[in-house]
Design a protein around this ligand. Sequence first.
Ligand SMILES: *[C@@H]1O[C@H](CO)[C@@H](O)[C@H](O)[C@H]1NC(C)=O
Length: 282
Amino acid sequence: MKSLLLSLVACSLLSPVLCDQNPDFDSSQSASGWYFVRFNLPAGEQLTSVTGEMIVPPLEPTNGGTYYIWPGLETSTYDGIYQNVLSGTDSGTWAYFSGYCCTNPTLPWSDNLFVYEGQTLSYRNVLTDTTWATTQGNIDTGEVDNNSFDALVGKTFQSAVFAIELYSESWNFGPMTFQNIAITGTGSDASWCNETPENWQNGADYTISDLSATVDDFGVTCNIGSIVLNQPAAPAVKARTVTKTSSATVTPTPTGNAGVRTLPASGVWGCFSVLLLVFCSL
Ligand SMILES: *[C@@H]1O[C@H](CO)[C@@H](O)[C@H](O)[C@H]1NC(C)=O
């Protein structure tokens, strides 16, 4: 019984990623690799702005798959992500675009900026009144792409995510640098702005530098000099059972859109199977 209780606690800690229900998601495609850190605002608060930069890594596909690397704003119900996506395939060129993935609403993606190794990209996602607008740029070339997302009126974004999402490719491009980041949310509780964000399945070895929070009339702003996703973390022995189970049940679920990305979510069955596994191993 104690173990069962422990497993319940473990499951609720994994929630909502593992235990979340996303009935609308299509599981026809699954990412083969996921690495992300996520800053979660307290209940009732929401993001109003996420800005920053990222440095384009080398593009070296080996399996004909796709790399997606992005900062994103995730809804409080984990049903969609507003994101600035760096996408690489064996075309040999990275494409940089913005949009909202993957359900309700289904939006067209922005135009692509084609970008290259070593360039610094900017992004700015800002809520003005009720409308989210995005500016993405290539600082090296001066190119800029602006988009306004009227269909996101009423969406509440509560988590800021920095992610590597891989389809039939491995993390073979070295460290991924996100820098000069400012995340602003409502409220006055700055506890979410810290150097140990959620790290999905402890999967990433990462380094956070120069982090500080300010609280003023506009809310909490978390300034982060850099988040570097260095490499896949060495597997944690203690987390083995949970890791195995979740990787077997997680089915991240882009829809048919060619540029779809979302976070892994396995539905209530993922949660249930963890319970079952722990229970049966008693
Ligand atoms: C794009 O948006 C930025 C604000 O982020 C603004 O300063 C700039 O003038 C816009 N550019 C165009 C071409 O609309």
